[in-house]
Design a protein around this ligand. Sequence first.
Ligand SMILES: NC(=O)c1ccc[n+]([C@@H]2O[C@H](COP(=O)([O-])OP(=O)(O)OC[C@H]3O[C@@H](n4cnc5c(N)ncnc54)[C@H](OP(=O)(O)O)[C@@H]3O)[C@@H](O)[C@H]2O)c1
Length: 400
Amino acid sequence: MNNHRYTLFSGSTGLLGSYLLRDLLLENLPLAVIVRPGRKQSADERVAALVADWEKVVGRELPRPVVFAGDLTQPDCGLNADARRWISENCDQVLNNAASLSFRNADREGEPWRTNVNGTRSLIDLARTVGIRHMHHVSTAYVCGIRSGRVLENELEVGQEFGNDYELSKVEAENMVRRADCFDTTTIYRPSIIVGDSQTGYTSTYHGFFAALRIGHTLLTRVAIGATSGRALLKLLGIDPDASKNFVPVDWVAAVIARGVQSLEARGSTFHVTHPNPLPMSFVAEVVQEAVESYSIAATPDDPDLCDEEWFAENMRTQLDVYQRYFRNDPVFDTTQMRSIAGDIPCPTLDEDSLMRMSKFAISHDFGKYPPSLIPAEAEGTEPAESTEPASSAAGSGSA
Ligand SMILES: NC(=O)c1ccc[n+]([C@@H]2O[C@H](COP(=O)([O-])OP(=O)(O)OC[C@H]3O[C@@H](n4cnc5c(N)ncnc54)[C@H](OP(=O)(O)O)[C@@H]3O)[C@@H](O)[C@H]2O)c1
């Protein structure tokens, strides 16, 4: 489908969003993006830099999206009357990919509620005002909460419990878009835990798999207790080695969603964008151990920055609390509907090699201390430069 009408797109600067931006621009789908200005760059500059990087990677010029500086948590998403008029005249669908990936906050004025619930409401209101009648919404497979057995794509609330506020906020958002009477069609995409690029290892957020890696890395680099064995890490995290988790590479998730956004047949359905082969946590822990032993610099007993186990327990308490619930065994995500629109897009195997590449990327960028570049380091021939922006994934937050 390419009817030359624009898709209004939120969240194009994040991990998944930047891959979606690439894939949709490669397909020449006209895009209008709502982007928050950065501390040092305008919304326009942020998008121009992102598109320029992708042009270097894909080796061709890409069409430029129309950029609106905005923020979902503001009334009218922070857009003025001119912007709203332009959107009304040119956009016929919205792709809501923006979200906060903070795991918990009892205060509903804060994140993840502010963006995931209030922001989604504000985007629906905008769509209603400007007359957009088709919604594509990126949710999460973990709206299933704490379930076992097979989870169907059409199911949402079946009386399940939830692991954290992020999951709850995403359920509320999904319910809101489903019930909004201003849309003719609502299409929902539910990825499981997004890891990096299956080919380059690139990531810009450090949740899920990377949180386990960061804990192993911290143990090795700050606490010389030699407790980095996969088994010790699982014990520390309180994780059942027989549990399996569903990880998906960002490039594949973007390819599937890009297919959905462009397909009339996809409209109105819900899709689990999940891996056919979940990974046993015992395997994940082995990779974490191998990765930190290969890429992290171990503390020595005479290191002046050496910390003791008490420091570790204190500093990692929030993360450990969050991740003990998070790394529970996953249910089986049924993918019948997803395979009907994207069954021909093979999901890359997440093997030791690809996870090691992602681990190397995360450790060499010190989990966000150095800004990631989409252009592979070998191509640029440079070492990562220290970031002037805060890491996008703060300690104590998580995701799915
Ligand atoms: N990561 C996962 O494991 C995972 C798994 C399942 C589902 N998901 C879903 O996938 C989507 C993308 O996640 P991601 O991992 O790519 O997250 P991410 O890297 O943190 O990106 C989030 C995006 O949302 C934007 N955003 C956040 N708050 C906003 C606001 N108030 N107004 C406007 N834009 C805002 C961010 O803009 P800035 O650049 O300005 O911060 C960024 O572009 C989300 O809906 C998430 O819930 C993620």
